[in-house]
Design a binder for this molecule. Structure first.
Ligand code: 1CP
Length: 367
């Protein structure tokens, strides 16, 4: 298997294979590990007092445009919890905001769009992302982090369905009725929209990899709202293109796909061409492994709500996840979705220690 991306002339390429021996990268590749690696989706952010102190008021989009602050916020959970990977501090709507689509992130709500995507005329508002011009602060922060972190940095982008859902609905949604209406009423427009969002995700992911990120995750958080048939028709082709094009420009890069409520979609998601399939808390990992088949690692899947109570509960449920993951290589411990804001950081610190001490997937001398 190839490992690091080859340096192309003029590119500030990462040190080849710098993290090839890191448990997170090894587990993504379904290799043997010294310990089961762990990180948490949304590990940076409001559950950390040091985040609230460093971040201050104002829009998260302003914070994201400050490379030194971003580097600090990215590092905070790694320092506190001892996680095996860092997730870059940014948001899935940053590329759309950067090209001027009119997206803001409202405190307590999430992304809001002043003029939602409604017709073919709105395609003009989605020009290609040019990362060096539109999001230079992302490149600068990734370069800084990649050169200074002791663990791999995960870059990310929003999946085309999930980003489209914010652009069409105008904000967070429960039923995604406008998205589904557009998808079915005007499939050609849907496909054109998704093409543009796919190119945008690719440009952003490649810029993060060129700047030194070691792996990437595609957050298609809300794709689980679709039937398998519609996921396959309206979403999977663009997702597969993203992973195929990343493999061709940055061969060997570990890639992760994740969405919530995707139990019925897992066999399809597993065909998208990723190293790792993220599993939410609803599907036990042994069943998830059966649904996705051999050859790909799994990431997950402790219910984030189970970190809100006593340590006894969190510990028992963490052990249950480790048990279900089995002994075969290819498990990255994570929550089944993001850290909830009211989580006690002390619980997550203990979860990391427990996973490192007791996780068995791929740990040991013989295959
Ligand atoms: O100002 C704030 O503190 C607002 C809270 C916040 C934060 C900390 C938002 C608004 N985004 C972020 C950062 C963020 N977003 C990160 C980096 C932090 C980390 O993971 O450690 C990442 C990876 C994201 C990705 C993201 N944004 C996703 C995918 C992950 C997931 O949770 O499914 C999604 C869906 C978003 C949209 C978004 N941004 C913010 C909120 C509250 C939301 C969700 C809104 C909704 O429910 O639809």
């Amino acid at each position: 298997m190839s490992t690091a991306a080859p340096a192309s002339p003029g590119q500030s390429a990462p040190v080849p294979g710098r993290f090839d021996d890191a448990p997170f990268i090894q587990a993504c590749r379904s290799q043997r590990v010294a310990h089961v690696p762990v990180w948490f989706m949304r590990q940076a952010g409001r559950s950390l007092p040091e985040y609230r102190a460093a971040r201050g008021p104002g829009s998260i989009l302003d914070a994201i445009a400050q490379p030194e602050l971003v580097a600090e916020l990215t590092r905070q959970p790694v320092d506190r919890y001892g996680t095996d990977a860092a997730i870059f501090f940014s948001d899935i709507v940053v590329p759309a905001a950067a090209i001027g689509f009119g997206v803001d992130v409202a405190p307590g709500t999430g992304p809001v769009v002043s003029e939602p995507f409604r017709s073919a005329a709105d395609l003009q508002r989605l020009r290609p992302l040019e990362p060096t011009l539109d999001t230079p602060y992302v490149i600068e922060a990734v370069q800084h982090l990649a050169g200074s972190l002791d663990v791999p940095l995960i870059g990310f982008a929003g999946g085309p369905f999930t980003v489209a859902s914010y652009l069409i609905e105008g904000g967070p949604s429960k039923n995604f009725t406008r998205v589904k209406a557009l998808m079915h009423a005007d499939p050609n427009l849907w496909h054109e929209l998704v093409e543009r969002l796919t190119d945008m995700a690719l440009a952003s992911l490649r810029s993060q990899l060129d700047a030194g990120a070691s792996a990437i995750q595609l957050f298609d958080s809300w794709a689980g709202i679709l039937t398998p048939r519609h996921y396959e028709e309206f979403v999977l082709p663009s997702t597969s293109r993203i992973f195929a094009e990343i493999e061709s420009s940055h061969p060997g890069t570990p890639t992760i796909i994740f969405g919530v409520g995707t139990g019925e979609l897992l066999p399809l998601m597993a065909t998208a061409g990723t190293s790792v399939v993220g599993i939410d808390w609803r599907v036990p990992l042994d069943q998830a492994r059966t649904r996705i088949g051999a050859g790909q690692a799994v990431q997950g899947n402790l219910d984030p709500a189970l970190c809100l109570g006593t340590w006894d509960v969190a510990a028992a449920e963490t052990r249950e996840v480790l048990e279900r993951a089995g002994n075969a290589p290819g498990h990255i411990f994570n929550l089944g979705h993001g850290v909830l804001p009211e989580t006690d950081p002390g619980i997550l610190e203990q979860v990391v220690a427990l996973v490192h001490a007791e996780g068995r997937a791929g740990v040991g001398a013989s295959a």
